[in-house]
Design a protein around this ligand. Structure first.
Ligand code: C5P
Length: 235
């Protein structure tokens, strides 16, 4: 089995304020989960697709069951990392490459998936899509009872914002997660993506160009922006 894609869609979506799981939120008449699955299908690079869904969420389970990709689905956990682990546990034995994708990046163009897979095929252990940052970024220190103050400004031309799908040599990612199971809660919670886990373990992480359409839909304005991108970015 060559490449598997794990779509994490078990988030609550409280910041969108719809009162339904984020992956169910409609965009031009289709749920975010369907949009994400549509683009994975168009990319044509996945032998196995695993959707990680909120527990007891019949509507999302039905969407997964009826999608032409026929993804396998499993229940997620309390944090994104827990949901990734639930997806990894469902990988078929012998999977060589695995892509971890946020359902919230529902409009990620198929080309981004293909570039991540190409990079893995060319020998990368880990590869992430990135875009330049437009804001100047400051590092701050937080002292109790005081306003945070600035401690530094990293050179903006060396900074990148990270998107998904993040691609990995599957045995390496599985080994990294295995090692992290022994970490204490604070160290485990500081891990915000899978690439960071690879970095901590000393693995090289490569980059490919991301896309504006791969924005993470988190708030209502993001949904409006994503909707405006639909006609301009047909999958
Ligand atoms: O919450 P955040 O925007 O960081 O979520 C990123 C992605 O991780 C979303 O697609 C969300 O559904 C997923 N997630 C998950 N399980 C969680 C939290 C987030 O699958 N417990």
């Amino acid at each position: 089995h060559q490449t598997a894609v794990i779509v994490v869609a078990a988030g609550s979506g409280t910041r969108l304020g719809y009162g339904i799981p984020k992956a169910l939120v409609p965009l031009a008449g289709r749920s975010l989960l369907e949009h994400a699955l549509d683009r994975i299908q168009l990319a044509g690079c996945a032998a196995q697709v695993i959707a990680v869904l909120p527990e007891d969420e019949a509507e999302l389970a039905a969407i997964a069951a009826n999608h032409p990709l026929r993804p396998h689905w499993v229940s997620g956990g309390a944090t994104r990392n827990d949901s990734v682990r639930a997806g990894l546990a469902a990988l078929e034995p012998g999977t060589e490459r695995v892509l971890i994708h946020d359902a919230a990046r529902a409009l990620t163009p198929p080309e981004v998936f293909r570039q991540v897979v190409s990079s893995l095929l060319a020998g990368a252990q880990a590869v992430i899509p990135v875009v330049p940052v437009v804001d100047t970024i400051k590092q701050v220190a937080t002292d109790p009872g005081r306003q945070p103050h600035v401690t530094g400004t990293p050179a903006r031309d060396l900074l990148r914002a990270v998107q998904t799908p993040q691609g990995f040599h599957a045995p390496t990612l599985l080994a990294a997660h295995q090692q992290a199971t022994d970490w204490d809660r604070a160290k485990a919670e500081a891990i915000t993506d899978d690439a960071m886990l690879m970095e901590i373990l000393g693995e090289r992480v490569d980059t490919v160009p991301g896309a504006a359409a791969a924005l993470k839909i988190t708030t209502k304005p993001d949904l409006v922006l994503a909707e405006s991108m639909l006609p301009a970015h047909p999958p």
